[in-house]
Design a protein. Structure first.
Length: 131
């Protein structure tokens, strides 16, 4: 019986540690690089328009979608110039932003891919971390 209790404690501590490592990878500013839906032939990565005009490139920078995750469970969203603030929660592979739920497909040091959970469409969002 003691062995069972010790094993449960060890497994519980390890799962908490894994959660905190995943959450640490999430902290920072992310920029949307691709958005896909369930139809693979419709995949169109977002591209930057290279231009010589500074005013045009500044307006293009405002049209990007960025997510900034903070350690205090707040997220700042800049979606094509519209700014929002919300709270987020990470439970296993479920990322909750406000009242919307997403499934994290991949989370690495510089790469985040998540998809809509229980949505009508199977949209995937690919982000890269800004340094």
């Amino acid at each position: 019986m003691r062995i069972l209790i010790v094993l449960i404690l060890i497994l519980g501590i390890n799962s908490c540690k894994a959660q905190s490592i995943t959450e640490k990878n999430l902290i920072g500013k992310w920029i949307l690089v691709a958005e896909t839906d369930s139809f693979s032939e419709d995949i169109e990565p977002l591209t930057e328009n290279n231009s010589d005009s500074k005013a045009e490139s500044d307006s293009k920078a405002e049209l990007k979608t960025t997510l900034t995750f903070n350690e205090d469970k707040k997220i700042f969203i800049n979606q094509m110039g519209n700014e929002y603030e919300a709270t987020y929660k990470l439970t296993d592979s479920i990322l909750t932003i406000g009242n919307r739920k997403y499934v994290i497909v991949k989370l690495e040091k510089n790469k985040l891919i998540y998809k809509d959970k229980d949505g009508l469409f199977d949209n995937h969002y690919k982000y890269k971390k800004m340094e």
